[in-house]
Design a protein around this ligand. Structure first.
Ligand SMILES: [Zn+2]
Length: 52
């Protein structure tokens, strides 16, 4: 994993990696980290929530 979430690469994903974090509900934050919930759902969360 070499800097997957930096620079131009962000522009390739829909909405350029930004959205509302499902955990902290902060809007227009970059959702860069995949997070698997207990129900095996894959969510994208912001950097603040990646440790949870
Ligand atoms: Zn968050």
């Amino acid at each position: 994993m070499a800097k997957n979430n930096r620079g131009k690469r962000l522009y390739k994903i829909p909405s350029r990696g930004r959205g509302t974090c499902p955990l902290c509900e902060k809007t227009r934050i970059k959702l860069l980290y995949p997070y698997r919930t207990e129900t095996n759902e894959l969510l994208k969360v912001c950097k603040n929530c990646r440790q949870k």
